[in-house]
Design a protein around this ligand. Structure first.
Ligand code: MG
Length: 280
């Protein structure tokens, strides 16, 4: 060993010993005795508890904020209910007015979140959107008496027609293509990334709008990529057409941009921190 290394090692050993001596020199504390007087409580500040503030992911600087807290001013009452079959989907696709001005969104704002008002109907964005990257956080209330499709059901409908399912899918079995993060009635998620009811869950979605040719025939389908709680569960999956409850789906021509809709399925699902980036 070279002399320089030897000197270095001796120095390191001495500094370690000296550190150990300092540790041992601290006065001992009789923790058992102090349990009676609890002197640490004298320095605890309980009079004013800091207000709970938002716990959310950073929002990109070019994002359009659909809900950042306090107000639902980017949303309104939807102009149509959601389609259950092809006949209804056709009426909606052909009748949606992108300049529609509806009543204020009737759901309930609670500071950093808003809550679906059961029975009030779906709400829609005031603006129309085509292809987007969208971030949203949602929470299902704890309701042990509920099961299947009735436990925490909502959904986000891109262009008012194409649903990504919201549901409690933590220890709650239902048909696979109807569980959380499914492209409802079209494709189940690759894995179940759900957390328990009462916890916030995150969807990061890339929705690519369908493209129609000059004859109003479908040229390229809509695609969905979905990351659920940080896990990729839908990877650029083509949709068959609008989401339908009781029909096989096929594409119907519609404008290139339409409002995004949130579903009222009769339960007080909560939402917060919703933003999107429009894609070309
Ligand atoms: Mg739903």
């Amino acid at each position: 060993m070279r002399p320089l290394h030897t000197v270095y090692l001796i120095g390191l050993l001495l500094s370690t010993l000296s550190f150990a001596r300092e540790q041992a020199a601290l006065p001992a504390i009789d923790w058992k005795y102090l349990q009676k007087s609890k002197p640490w409580e004298r320095t605890e500040e309980w009079r004013v508890i800091p207000q709970v503030t938002f716990n959310r992911a950073e929002v990109p600087s070019d994002a359009f904020i659909l809900f950042g807290g306090y107000k639902l001013d980017q949303w309104q009452q939807a102009q149509f209910p959601l389609a259950a079959n092809m006949e209804q989907a056709r009426v909606i696709a052909e009748g949606l007015d992108v300049h529609y001005k509806g009543a204020p969104a009737p759901w309930v704002v609670k500071v950093d979140r808003f809550e679906m008002k059961p029975g009030a109907g779906p709400i829609a964005t005031k603006q129309a959107f085509g292809s987007v990257q969208l971030h949203m956080e949602w929470k299902v209330p704890i309701q042990p008496e509920k099961t299947g499709q009735n436990y925490g059901n909502s959904g986000i409908f891109f262009m008012g027609l194409y649903e990504i399912q919201i549901l409690n899918s933590h220890k709650n079995t239902t048909y696979a293509n109807g569980q959380a993060a499914s492209l409802y009635k079209q494709k189940a998620p690759d894995v179940n990334a759900s957390t328990a009811p009462g916890t916030w869950q995150i969807y990061d979605i890339v929705f690519t709008a369908p493209v129609f040719d000059e004859n109003r025939n479908i040229m390229t389908p809509a695609y969905v990529t979905l990351i659920h709680n940080g896990v990729l569960v839908q990877n650029h999956v083509p949709l068959k057409g609008p989401t339908l409850y009781m029909d096989e789906s096929q594409y119907i021509f519609h404008p290139p941009k339409l409002p995004i809709v949130l579903q009222d399925h009769g339960e007080p699902i909560q939402f917060r921190n919703i933003w999107l980036r429009e894609l070309n």
